[in-house]
Design a protein around this ligand. Sequence first.
Ligand SMILES: NC(=O)C1=CN([C@@H]2O[C@H](COP(=O)(O)OP(=O)(O)OC[C@H]3O[C@@H](n4cnc5c(N)ncnc54)[C@H](OP(=O)(O)O)[C@@H]3O)[C@@H](O)[C@H]2O)[C@@H](O)CC1
Ligand SMILES: Nc1ncnc2c1ncn2[C@@H]1O[C@H](COP(=O)(O)OP(=O)(O)O)[C@@H](O)[C@H]1O
Length: 337
Amino acid sequence: MPNYAPSPPKARRRARGLNAPPRAAITRRQRGNTPRPPQGRDVVHDPSKCPALPDLRPRLAKREGAHKYHHGHAVVLAGGPGRGGAGRLAARAALRVGAGLVTLACPPEALAENAARLDAIMLRPLADAIALAALLEDDRITALCLGPGLGLGAATRDLALTALAADQATVLDADALTVFAADPEALFDRARANGRAVLTPHGGEFARLFPDLACRMAEEPMDSPAFSKVDATRAAAARAGAVVLFKGPDTVIAAPDGQLVLDPHHRERGAPWLATAGSGDVLAGLIAGLAARGFAPFEAAQIGTILHVEAARRFGPGLIAEDLPEQIPAVFRDLGL
Ligand SMILES: NC(=O)C1=CN([C@@H]2O[C@H](COP(=O)(O)OP(=O)(O)OC[C@H]3O[C@@H](n4cnc5c(N)ncnc54)[C@H](OP(=O)(O)O)[C@@H]3O)[C@@H](O)[C@H]2O)[C@@H](O)CC1
Ligand SMILES: Nc1ncnc2c1ncn2[C@@H]1O[C@H](COP(=O)(O)OP(=O)(O)O)[C@@H](O)[C@H]1O
């Protein structure tokens, strides 16, 4: 049986894992005709293999002579005492990706806990949605991230609706999505009016907001073509009037006007180590940080996804969510920034 791939040098074989077979041992017939999904041992960092990255270099550099407010101010809402980790992860990511300022806003009773954990990230107490509306009158705040660790009470719902009534770009994740499971239209109405919202559901959250689309995806095709994750994400973005980033090993991002991208890393550059608690919170923070810097929501979602995967690949096995923001400077250096 012919082999289609040349035998890689010993060092690369070793880098794939001590027990990994040489690539030459895996024939096209054994793999099938479709590309083989990424395996843990394939996660070897080589940024030159990501075609999207060099194009981003000039756009991600900070402008000479600009001060911190020129790079935007992101606000991340965090949960109550003992539940602030997710918000802190998002805030750290927003700051690392280059927002000029990041503020973590939390319930007053969680202030001491967060103060003990934060330095460069600013902190302010935020009692409720009324206080949020007042905060968002400051037009130097350019993006907001909410949902991670916020909980599923009425307060989260009020915060999300208030955020979407303001002018800032808003990233909604986790509990800020799940809390609308009973009436997703309330969320979509506000998101449509806002026009700058990004929703970042994982599979469970997607099914809560778009149960009919999730059901169609799960159905066996009978006499019509299969309804794919791509179809579902596009339909979700049109319905929600927001950018929808449907997470997973095969992330799909769609805008309400029908624009759509697949994670450019999918299959070619997988990062299975991202399947770890809090990595989605980091992604939400990256997108909010990029939106704060002035990237349009659809672009911020794409670039955030690329940087997230690159950061994971750069760290490799053993990754935990805290490691992701700390890899961003190295990813930027790889880009020549
Ligand atoms: N460090 C911290 O502080 C962290 C805090 N966190 C905070 O915790 C809160 C809860 O968020 P969460 O995502 O853990 O749980 P939740 O939304 O209730 O859904 C879980 C259920 O959904 C389903 N499911 C289906 N597909 C799925 C998929 N692709 N990926 C994942 N789930 C999928 C699956 O059910 P199954 O399909 O297995 O029946 C599963 O049991 C939220 O505030 C978040 O920010 C976390 O971010 C972690 C780090
Ligand atoms: N097997 C996988 N391969 C690549 N990326 C993955 C995989 N599993 C999850 N991810 C990514 O990891 C992140 C997980 O986000 P999420 O489910 O919201 O986690 P959390 O709520 O714990 O932060 C998403 O960006 C998702 O695309």
